[in-house]
Structure formats: structure tokens, C-alpha cells
Design a protein around this ligand. Structure first.
Ligand SMILES: *[C@@H]1O[C@H](CO)[C@@H](O)[C@H](O)[C@H]1NC(C)=O
Ligand SMILES: *[C@@H]1O[C@H](CO)[C@@H](O)[C@H](O)[C@H]1NC(C)=O
Ligand SMILES: *[C@@H]1O[C@H](CO)[C@@H](O)[C@H](O)[C@H]1NC(C)=O
Length: 310
């Protein structure tokens, strides 16, 4: 009986979910339009709509895909990160698509609920992998993207952790004048002291499309999937002689620090600064809240509720 019930709900939800996934794969552009609308009208204010119109008029000259690698069951974090990006001012003359990247939806509730999210927001990419941190998900992501978006390639493809907050406009502006080939952008670790083994921190890094295409086409990399994904990625590129245009974004990318923490500043950690490209280690809601407030993320979105306690 229980098994019957289970298979009934599976049968019930599966077509729904598959439709959402198939739709995403076949019509990524439609989702792109939908989601960029969703991003642009943020608070739904007239000012936001006017700003969106102005952005639409300034033709974008750079397109970036940023995949936030997360787990299907991290609903709360995903909602927060989605909100944080929706409230950012839309990047000027740039298209930056933020997508959440999860592995196979193996649990019944995730299959249904993440399927609903995909249908509502169109910002979820489901990879053919088993959820893992340092066991090949990054490889699966970078090798899937060139195939998924073959018809409409991006200039750059990036990955971010779900405790990283990118400022998308700052990222696009930083990438705009960089070479569109053989580029590897991020926070260089370990802090410049050993250039022969350096790689971009897993907080978030971006490569030009040709580098992602190379990862996708290079099956040998499948023999080198065990270990910290950021270090591995750097090793692949060194091995293949790719991503030779290396751009370290420090100190504009860093780990979060505030005055209440026991830690002090280091070469990779310091207080929030206005020209930030990305800040990492946003492990709890308070750190997100302080970060969003620092960057005035709520400006222009104040609601009556927000004003009540002032
Ligand atoms: C998904 O991954 C499994 C295990 O790696 C593989 O056997 C299967 O062929 C893949 N399926 C698709 C559709 O790529
Ligand atoms: C992911 O799910 C698909 C469809 O159920 C299955 O064919 C594939 O083998 C799974 N892949 C992995 C790596 O578990
Ligand atoms: C936030 O707004 C305040 C007041 O307008 C301004 O002084 C500050 O520079 C802004 N901060 C950032 C990071 O843009």
C-alpha cells in the first residue's frame, strides 16, 4: 500500500518535473527571458521597470553564466541567494545569468519541490551526477554547460559556492576588457606565495567559453576528479596549458570578516569594501544580512513594513 502510494506520487510528479527539465534544456532562451525579467522587475516598482528598460536599450557586449553549485535540499539558502541576486541592480551592458546547479534529484521530495522551483524560476540546472562536494561535480558542470548552451554560447562561464555573494555588475565590468579566450579569473590562492601551484579559490571563478569547451572535450580529466575541486581545476588547466590569461581579483574577492569575529584580517580575509567583486564564507543569515546592507541592496526596495521600526 505504502509502495503503491509512493509510486503513485512519483508517477504523478515525474511528468511535471521532466517537463520542466526538458523545457529548460530545449528552450533555455525562454527561461533566460523570463528570469531576466524576474531579475529586472525586482521590487516591481516603476523605477525598477524604467531601469530595466534603460538596461535593455544599452545592448549587452558581454554574456556570463554563473553556476551556483548547491544541493537540492538547501531550499532556504537557495531562496536567500536568489533574493540577493534579484535585488541587485541589473548589470549595465551585460547579461549575467545566475543558475543553481544540483546533481540528480534522488529523493522524492526534492524531485517534486525542486521541479516546482525550476518551473517557477527557470534557474535550476540538474546535472547527471551524484551529489558530492569534491568528487567531480565541478567537472560535470563545466563539461555539461558547453553542450547545454551550444546554440547560444556565453563569453564566460563561472562557478560559485552557495556561500559566496558576487556583485554581478562588478564582475561583468571586471571581465569586459579581459581576453575572451584562454582566460581564468578569480581569487588566486594560496595568496601569490607559490605561483607554480596557484589556482583560483573555489569561492568562485570564471573561465572563457573556450576553456569550458576544452574541459568538456577532454575526457582524460575524468581520471583526475578526486580532491578539492578548485585545486583540481587549476591542475587541469596547467596540465592542458589552458587558461593562461590569469587574472587574480584580490583584494576585490575575499572571505567575509566583521568586527565581531575572533579572526583577524589576512591576505584572503578582510572587512567588506565598496569595490567588491565577490565575498565568500557567508555561512549564516546574519552575514548575508550585513553584506546586503553594506552594499545597499535594499535601496529602492523599501516597503512600508521595512519602515515600521524606524
Ligand atoms: C549519467 O551518468 C551515469 C553514471 O555516470 C551514466 O551511466 C549514464 O549514461 C549517464 N546518463 C546520461 C543521460 O548521460
Ligand atoms: C541520474 O539519474 C538518471 C535518471 O534517473 C540516471 O539515468 C543516471 O544514472 C543518474 N546518474 C547518476 C550519476 O546517478
Ligand atoms: C551605500 O549608500 C550610502 C549612502 O548613500 C553610500 O554612502 C555608500 O557609499 C553606499 N555603499 C556602497 C557599497 O555603494
Amino acid at each position: 500500500m505504502k509502495a503503491m502510494k509512493k509510486s503513485f506520487s512519483l508517477v504523478f510528479f515525474l511528468p511535471f518535473f521532466l517537463l520542466a527539465v526538458i523545457y529548460f534544456v530545449i528552450f533555455p532562451n525562454e527561461f533566460r527571458i523570463q528570469s531576466s525579467l524576474a531579475t529586472c522587475d525586482g521590487g516591481g516598482t516603476a523605477a525598477a521597470v524604467a531601469a530595466a528598460d534603460a538596461v535593455a536599450k544599452a545592448a549587452p557586449d558581454i554574456r556570463v553564466l554563473l553556476g551556483v553549485l548547491t544541493r537540492a535540499d538547501k531550499y532556504e539558502r537557495r531562496a536567500l541567494v536568489r533574493l540577493a541576486y534579484a535585488l541587485q541592480p541589473a548589470p549595465v551592458r551585460a547579461v549575467v545569468h545566475v543558475r543553481f546547479v544540483v546533481c540528480n534529484l534522488t529523493k522524492e521530495e526534492d524531485a517534486a519541490l525542486v521541479g516546482l522551483e525550476a518551473a517557477a524560476y527557470g534557474d535550476i540546472i540538474v546535472l547527471n551526477c551524484t551529489e558530492n562536494m569534491d568528487n567531480g561535480k565541478t567537472y560535470t558542470y563545466f563539461s555539461a554547460v558547453p553542450r547545454l548552451f551550444a546554440g547560444d554560447p556565453y563569453d564566460y562561464v563561472g562557478k560559485a559556492d552557495d556561500d559566496t555573494y558576487y556583485r554581478l555588475g562588478a564582475l561583468a565590468d571586471a571581465l569586459r576588457d579581459k581576453p575572451r579566450r584562454d582566460a581564468y579569473y578569480g581569487f588566486l590562492t594560496p595568496c601569490h606565495n607559490r605561483p607554480e601551484v596557484q589556482y583560483m579559490s573555489g569561492m568562485g571563478y570564471v573561465v572563457s567559453w573556450d576553456v569550458a569547451a576544452w574541459v568538456s572535450a577532454t575526457t582524460e580529466l575524468q581520471n583526475d576528479l578526486v580532491g578539492p575541486e578548485d585545486k583540481l581545476f587549476g591542475r587541469w588547466l596547467r596540465w592542458g596549458g589552458r587558461g593562461r590569461n590569469v587574472f587574480g581579483a584580490e583584494p576585490r574577492m575575499y572571505d567575509y570578516l566583521d568586527g565581531e569575529m575572533r579572526q583577524g584580517p589576512t591576505c584572503f580575509r578582510h572587512l567588506l569594501q565598496p569595490d567588491t567583486v565577490a565575498v565568500h564564507k557567508l555561512k549564516d543569515n546574519l552575514k548575508w544580512a550585513r553584506t546586503l546592507r553594506f552594499f545597499n541592496a535594499t535601496d529602492g526596495h523599501a516597503s512600508p513594513l521595512y519602515n515600521v521600526d524606524h
